[in-house]
Design a protein around this ligand. Structure first.
Ligand SMILES: [Zn+2]
Ligand SMILES: [Zn+2]
Length: 450
């Protein structure tokens, strides 16, 4: 159905589900609740309470602490524990008696900077619907997602992991542009996805999950989100964009970074630095370029250009590119500045000698992928810091050495090479993480020395 969008890319989702007007399939007594008779709390349906949250078997017992989730056996409780434990202890403090007002509902906030999700009271005011007879309860998520962003509200009505239709509707709300607006990776969702192997959708920025009473296309009334609902939210994050761990354990995979060009970033909404995994059979391990600068700082990488995507390659004049070529990729270009003191022009490789990027990396680069030569993980944050350093610090230095600061006497090559070294990059890295307040990013050298 329209609203069951579990398998759609969030960047492509529209807001069509957030305010659909049909109340088809709705419980009669929940449809179009007038403001005066709005239920203070809508409980989960009795069958959901009494059956096991994990396997749906009847006659299950409540979790002793939160008394919200029920299990048929120790085995089912254990199965749920890795996510249940994140919120169970704080559930009693969010009892309905602690509700700040009748318009506040229990919801779950996934704060990007916190290590786990937390309950919040979400204000949900009734608003009159001009083109409809009924009223509609509108959660106030702007204070969470930010004033200047469009937030998306995506309903969840089916749990593909437990294979059950939900008795109520759970909605996740997040910034529409979280992949490209500088939103930080969401650590509290990572607390859930890190409990299971495989790779997952990259969630960024603040995300809130709230519940609506009943199913249908757009249930008007909000309800408290309980621990059973939380299980469904956790399963949503565990199934959305999920790639299972490789079946064949003998095919080793290497974590690398795709450095996306303008076309991939602007038109296809990919992040500038994107985490990728490559099998060791990938051609990059046999045919590649390298970076002199990366070699010099003790983090040797292999690089390779990717074929252009026809979507932007055939629309290079699209106004979104503002007269730039969509294959422009300065982040990848400046990694390839030549630091071989005796390098000369070489038509066979496209080398233009000291201080210049080789011809294939000069223009029309397209997106590129990079992995570490030692096959250890290369993270997007490492690549971003390194590319920035090459562009902001090393490029002017090399430009100086080839006379671009005339009439200044050019700095000699040996002095340049002394500056392009591990300590200088380590200093830059520490400033970089300081500016972003990303204190959890592991140093790119963290596992080089072991
Ligand atoms: Zn069970
Ligand atoms: Zn519990």
């Amino acid at each position: 159905m329209l609203c069951n969008l579990l398998h759609t890319n969030p960047a492509q989702l529209s807001n069509r589900c957030s305010k659909l007007k049909s109340f088809a399939n709705q419980d009669k007594d929940q449809a179009a609740i007038p403001q005066s008779s709005a239920p203070q709390v809508t409980m989960s349906s009795p069958s959901a309470v009494q059956s096991c949250t994990v396997c749906n078997k009847q006659r299950a017992n409540f979790c002793a602490r939160c008394k919200s989730t029920s299990y048929c056996s120790k085995a089912c409780q254990k199965e749920d524990w890795s996510t249940h434990k994140l919120l169970c202890p704080s559930f009693p403090a969010f009892a309905p008696s602690n509700r700040p007002s009748t318009n506040h509902y229990r919801a779950v906030l996934f704060d990007p900077d916190e290590v786990k999700p937390k309950f919040v009271w979400l204000p949900c005011k009734w608003v009159d619907d001009d083109d409809e007879d009924g009223a509609y309860q509108m959660p106030e998520t702007k204070t969470i997602s930010g004033d200047n962003t469009l937030s998306r509200h995506i309903p969840i009505q089916y749990n593909p992991r437990l294979k059950v239709h939900l008795p109520n509707t759970i909605v996740t709300a997040y910034r529409d542009t979280f992949l490209i607006d500088g939103s930080r990776p969401n650590k509290s969702i990572a607390a859930i996805t890190a409990t299971q192997p495989g790779t997952y959708q990259e969630w960024r920025g603040p995300i809130v999950a709230y519940a609506r009473a009943g199913q249908g296309l757009d249930p008007p009334a909000c309800k408290d989100l309980d621990m059973i609902d939380f299980r469904h939210v956790a399963d949503y994050f565990l199934s959305y964009g999920y790639t299972p761990p490789k079946a064949q354990a003998n095919v080793e995979r290497v974590k690398g970074v795709r450095i996306n060009c303008l076309g991939d970033v602007k038109m296809l909404k990919r992040p500038p630095f994107e985490a990728i995994e490559l099998p060791t059979t990938d051609p990059i391990f046999t045919k590649h370029d390298t970076s002199d600068i990366a070699d010099r700082i003790g983090l040797p990488i292999l690089t390779r250009r990717c074929p252009p995507d026809p979507k932007w390659a055939n629309n290079s004049k699209d106004p979104m590119f503002e007269h730039n070529s969509p294959s422009n990729n300065q982040n990848a270009t400046f990694l390839h500045q030549c630091c071989g003191p005796s390098a000369q022009f070489d038509p066979s490789t496209g080398s233009l000698g000291w201080g210049w990027c080789s011809v294939p990396w000069q223009s029309d680069v397209g997106s590129a992928i990079a992995v570490r030569k030692d096959r250890k993980p290369l993270l997007p944050v490492h690549m971003e810091a390194f590319a920035k350093w090459c562009k902001e610090e090393i490029r002017p230095l090399l430009a100086h050495s080839i006379g671009e600061f005339y009439p200044e006497e050019p700095i000699n090559k040996d002095d340049v090479l002394t500056i392009i070294c591990r300590p200088m990059f380590v200093i830059y890295w520490s400033k970089f993480v300081e500016e972003r307040k990303d204190y959890t990013a592991p140093s790119p050298y963290a596992d080089v020395d072991v």
